[in-house]
Design a protein around this ligand. Structure first.
Ligand code: C5P
Length: 219
């Protein structure tokens, strides 16, 4: 059987994983899994259906029932139960809700196979929190991409302002720190570098330097 090469890129939110993963996948001609978008889609489904966030069994049911379609062009388009939800994927509410429900082990279990299904020839770049530790532990190349919370908050602030969305840097910093804490301290698949991952701190690197470092690891 032919082995399908997998590159995992894990790290906290705002470290640049998405941009780096997409660019690397494009250069290699590999598939791309944005696993955060799966948790975000579930968050949107849960919010739409007004499911109580603390009702784990109800959240699991929503996860089991949701139908997701991904169209990977220049921009990732996601459809939830047939409706395009791309515009809501990136909001802070979606991200924060995703991080709350991602802490439930039963929810993670339901979403596990949906993520594994992305592994196809000629290869996969998988971006998330537990790609190298839980979902693809046998991946040949693993990266843990990080940056200081201040730097990540500044980047997020800049992105929002550029999109014409009003933003408050202090609040973004606080939200990033709260999300990091929740992701790192949860019992199920916490945010941690895989033992065999190369850690790259992007605080003082530009995006092309990070992409080059990742590509040279794969090569
Ligand atoms: O990466 P992104 O910011 O889109 O992820 C949103 C949230 O989904 C994260 O804060 C995290 O709690 C959760 N997540 C996860 N495991 C992944 C990807 C995302 O728990 N592999």
């Amino acid at each position: 059987m032919m082995t399908i090469p997998v590159l995992t890129i894990d790290g906290p939110s705002g470290a640049g994983k998405g941009t780096v993963s997409r660019a690397v996948a494009k250069q290699l001609g590999w598939h791309y899994l944005d696993s955060g978008s799966i948790y975000r889609s579930l968050a949107i489904a849960v919010l739409q259906q007004q499911t109580e966030l603390s009702d784990v069994a109800a959240v699991v049911k929503v996860a089991e029932a949701m139908q997701l379609e991904f169209e990977c062009g220049d921009e990732l388009i996601v459809k939830l139960n047939g409706t395009d939800i791309t515009a809501q994927l990136g909001t802070e509410t979606t991200g924060n809700t995703a991080s709350i429900i991602a802490a439930y082990p039963d929810v993670r279990q339901v979403l596990l196979q949906k993520q594994k299904d992305f592994k196809k020839l000629p290869g996969l770049v998988a971006d998330g929190r537990d790609m190298g530790t839980v979902v693809f532990p046998d991946a040949a190349s693993k990266v843990f991409l990080t940056a200081s919370a201040d730097e990540r908050a500044k980047r997020r602030y800049k992105q929002l302002i550029e999109k014409g969305i009003s933003a408050n840097l202090d609040r973004i910093t606080q939200e990033i720190e709260a999300r990091d804490k929740r992701d790192q301290e949860r019992k199920a698949a916490p945010l941690v570098a895989a033992k065999d991952a190369l850690t790259i701190d992007s605080s003082n690197l530009n995006i092309n330097q990070v992409i080059e470092a990742v590509l040279s690891l794969v090569r």
